[in-house]
Design a protein around this ligand. Structure first.
Ligand code: FAD
Length: 310
């Protein structure tokens, strides 16, 4: 086991952040409260900025103190270790979620807006193009970071420009400067603060009907009643991970409270008493068996935080 002692004074850094920004800063915040897997130990420092100025101030101070940090959204694509995270978790969620209709067919929104809310807003405005995100429980920022997609569409194809926080402050990146691939973007560690979409005008009723159809298909094929992080593995070129795992006979395989979903083989679910370590061990077990059976090493789509050997 790696020694997880913090290299900085948590309480002192938290105090400085609170004094400088007037924000509530938590020390030792349990990350199971902020991840859809419902597992994960304490983050040394945890805060939820509500404005770009607060976010910028917080990151500047955290960096100046030499504290590692991660920006997260809804934690729906994350596995946080039981030992937690030795650094600061900066969450952009529903408190960082303003949106507006910019012109006839454009919508602008902040990174923390939940995707289902964004889809609903667009539908109410009679703007089509974001229906596919209605069942993805992450935030807009998390979705752009990894180019989330469903039903043949990806968020990357829909954005017309985004705003990121760089060393020089907020930068606007036009579509031409962005490049998206399968569950990846060229944004690296840049913090996404907002995005704009050019959508197509359509009737709200029609859009809502499409959203309902997508949601129903998810309910029929995904284990939505138990905590998970959606698909665990990326699809290897030319293959479907779910099919490879299913064909290896692994549906229902469990370690501790973590189980390969009997409903969808590429989902790992938390049966209610899983630890992050159970889930991690199940991931490596599935990888080992599928590799032995097929020669293909599945790569995780979810991101690991706080593990010493990711
Ligand atoms: C039931 C279920 C169904 C799902 N279905 C799908 C699906 O159909 N398609 C799909 O693609 N995914 C799916 N997911 C996975 C997940 O919802 C998406 O990947 C989502 O985009 C993650 O967003 P998040 O806000 O939860 O990000 P988090 O999990 O919080 O973070 C994920 C990554 O994004 C980074 N990040 C978060 N916010 C920002 C930001 N503002 N700026 C920069 N980086 C940021 C984090 O640092 C981290 O690296 C599903 C998950 C669940 C639980």
């Amino acid at each position: 086991m790696v020694n997880h002692h913090s290299q900085f004074d948590k309480l002192a850094v938290a105090d400085k952040l609170e004094d400088a920004l007037g924000l509530t800063v938590k020390v030792g915040e349990p990350m199971n409260l902020h991840t859809s897997f419902r597992v994960g130990g304490p983050a040394d420092i945890y805060l939820e900025p509500t404005t770009v100025a607060e976010l910028q101030g917080a990151l500047a101070l955290i960096s100046a103190e030499g504290v590692p940090y991660r920006v997260i959204g809804n934690g729906t694509n994350l596995l946080v270790a039981d030992e937690g995270y030795r650094g600061a978790i900066v969450r952009l969620g529903p408190r960082f979620a303003k949106w507006s209709r910019e012109s006839t067919n454009q919508i602008w929104a902040e990174a923390g807006i939940p995707l289902p809310v964004l889809a609903k807003r667009a539908a109410n405005e009679g703007l089509s193009g974001l229906e596919f995100v209605s069942g993805i429980p992450g935030t807009l920022g998390g979705a752009i970071h990894m180019n989330a997609g469903a039903w043949g569409s990806t968020i990357g194809e829909k954005v017309s420009r985004i705003w990121v926080l760089g060393d020089q402050g907020v930068e606007k990146l036009e579509k031409e400067m962005l490049s998206f691939g399968y569950r990846q973007s060229n944004l690296g560690d840049k913090v996404i603060v907002a995005a704009e979409f050019v959508l197509a005008e359509a009737s709200s009723a029609e859009i809502q009907e499409r959203m309902q159809e997508y949601l129903k298909r998810r309910q029929d094929t995904q284990p939505l009643g138990l905590p998970s992080a959606g698909s665990v593995f990326r699809n290897p070129e030319g293959y479907k991970s779910a099919k490879l795992i299913d064909e290896a006979g692994l549906k229902g395989l469990s370690i501790g409270g973590a189980q390969v979903s009997p409903i969808h083989a590429n989902f790992i679910v938390n049966l209610g008493y899983a630890t992050a370590s159970d889930i991690y061990r199940l991931i490596t077990e599935v990888q080992a068996i599928v590799e032995r059976e097929t020669g293909i090493l599945l790569q995780p789509e979810i991101e690991l935080i706080g593990f010493s050997t990711p």
